[in-house]
Design a protein around this ligand. Sequence first.
Ligand code: PLP
Length: 470
Amino acid sequence: MTNSNASTVAQELLADSQLQDALKSAVERVASHASQITEPLPPKADRQVEYQEALAEFSEIRAGKLYFPFIGSGIGNGPLVELDDGSVKLDFINGIGAHPFGHSHPELLDTALRAALGDTVMQGNLQQNAEGYRFSQKLLKHANQNGDVFQHCFLSSTGVMAGENMLKIAFQAKQPANRVLAFEKCFAGRTLAFSQITDKAAFRQGLPQTLEVDYVPFYDQNDPEGSTERAVSVLQSHINRYPGKHAAFIYELVQGEGGFYPGSSDFFKALMQVCRENGIMNLCDEVQTFARTPRLYAFQHFGLDQEIDGLWLGKASQTCATLFKSEHKPKPGLLSQTFTSSSTSLAVGERIVDLLTQENYFGADGKILELSNHFEAGLKAISQKNPGWVSGPYGLGAMTAFTPFDGKPEQAQTLVKRLFDKGLMSFIAGGAPTRVRFLWPVGATEKKHIDLALSILEESLSEQAADSAK
Ligand SMILES: Cc1ncc(COP(=O)(O)O)c(C=O)c1O
C-alpha cells in the first residue's frame, strides 16, 4: 500500500515467481476450458434427471421457485454461461446487471485469485485491508470528475444497505424530518424501510409501515414540459402539506424495475431545485444505472454534479457504496458493518472500474453507445418487418428494453421463458405495459452477440405470434 522500500510479507508473497506462474497457469486453464463454450446449447440428456431434482429441492429449501430453472455450473465464456445441466445460455441479464464483464473473464479472474490469497475471506468494521481503501478512493475520484462533488464513500455488501446508509445519513442531517419523496413506480430494494419506498404493493404485503413516503410522477418522454410541470406541482404540494418534514428525495435516474424509463436533465434539475430551496437532500439511487449509461455515473450523464447531495451504487460494482458530502457527515455510531464485502469482490469491483474507465466504453464514441445503438436498430428492424410484435426500444445505454405485443404481463412473461428455453436470458420490467429488458454485459458483448440475441428473439416472437393466433 505504501511506497516504502521495506516490503511486507504479503507483498513478497504476491511477487513470488512460483505463485505468479501458478496464477497465470490457473487463468490460462480456465480460458482453455471456457473456449469450448461457443454458442447456446440445449441441456445434456443424461444430466437432466439430477438437475431437475436439484432444482426442485433448492426451490423447496428456499421456500420459493427460482425465476429461471438456472443453476450455473461455474464457468462461462464472455456473455455465454454454462448451466449445471450442460446447457449454455447467452446471458443478457447477468443476475440483473451484476456481471458487466460476463462470465469467466480472464482479467477479473486473475484479480479475484490474487485477492483470494488474502488472509481473510471477508472485510468489514475491524478488518479493513487495502482493497476497500483503494476502491473507495477510486469511486470518489471518478465521481469528482467535474468538481468536488463527494468527499466520502462508505462501502457495503448490498445495494439496499448502501441505500439504507444514505437514508440514515439524510435523516440524521435533517432531523426531525421523518418523510421521504420518491417517484411513482420506483424500485428501491427490500428491507423494511425500502419496501415502503419501492412503489409496489405486493412487495410490502403484510409489512408494518416503517416510513412515510410521498410519491411524485415520473418523466414522460412524450410530454417533457407537461410532465415536468406536473411533477414539480405534486412535489410542491407534498412540501406544502408537510413543511420541513422531508429529509430527502430519492431519484432513480433511469427507472429500472419500473420499465426502463429514463428521465431528462431538465426534469431532474427542476425537481432538484425545488428540493434544494426547501432544504431537502437530492439523493440518487444508482444501483442499476452505475456503469450502464454513457457515463460511469448516471448523474454525470444527466449533468447533475451541482445538484446532487448523495448517491448509492451497486450491482456492476460488485461491492456497493454510499457517496456523500462532508456537510452531511454522520455522527460516530450511525454506520458500521461486520461485512463490507469479500476481498475478491472489493478487488474485482476496482478492476471493473479500471477496465471501464481506461478503455473506450463511455462517451459519444464509446462502446456502450455503439452497441446500444446497434441493439436498438435491430429491435426497430424487427418491429418494422413484423408490425405489432415489438414496440420501443426503450432504456438508455446498456439498459435495453422493448414491449412485446400488447404489453400484457402474460405476453412478456411467456416470451422471457421462451427466450430462456431457446438460449437467451432476459427479464421482465414494469407493469402496464410489461416490458422485456436486457442488461447486457458491456465488457463482454460484441455486435455478433447482439445479432444472435436478435435472431433468437425474432424466432421466439414469431412462435408466440403463431400461438396467440391459434
Ligand atoms: C434501483 C435499485 N435500487 C436498489 C436495488 C437493491 O439492490 P440489492 O438487491 O443489491 O439490495 C435494486 C436492485 O435491483 C435496484 O434496481
